[in-house]
Design a protein around this ligand. Sequence first.
Ligand SMILES: [Zn+2]
Length: 188
Amino acid sequence: MGDERVIGDVQAHMAQGSGPRPRLVAVNQPWSEVMGEALALAREAAHADEVPVGAVVLDTDGGVIGRGRNMRESTGDPTSHAEVIALREAAVAHGSWNLDGCTLVVTLEPCLMCAGAILQSHISRVVFGAWDDKAGAAGSMYDVIRDRRLPVRAEVIGGVDADAAAAVLREFFAAQRADEQVSRSSEG
Ligand SMILES: [Zn+2]
């Protein structure tokens, strides 16, 4: 079904002839640029002492309709991951829970919960930065989003600017460990 949709999109592009083709631009746009936006949200999370993960949702024309960053500590809500927040904002902007044709760009491979939310949103494409070998549900630990047993799946593009996305996380945890050591040594 996912494959058929991609083919349908290609035919729609071709049917538009040689005029302006905004959807084709959206499909071909370099993911690095929008990943940069997601990374900025991840850094914002780090400054707020949250695990730095950021996410952006693009509509079918490539416009940003949702943004999110991890807010688990500040909200005390275990479901307030960057992806869930970005999907919620996008659904409000879109006027529907159904985000078919939209793209989610996130700095870290989605977890099982977010993979579930992604499937529920019927979003068409997921682009992510760093792989999460321990808990990723989009190709490393699990491959939920592309599970062929499911009626609705999404295209997955992983490892976009993975080094930058991983560095933000690495630096955050290194700083956290350094803080813990300082507080431990000051306690005597
Ligand atoms: Zn998640």
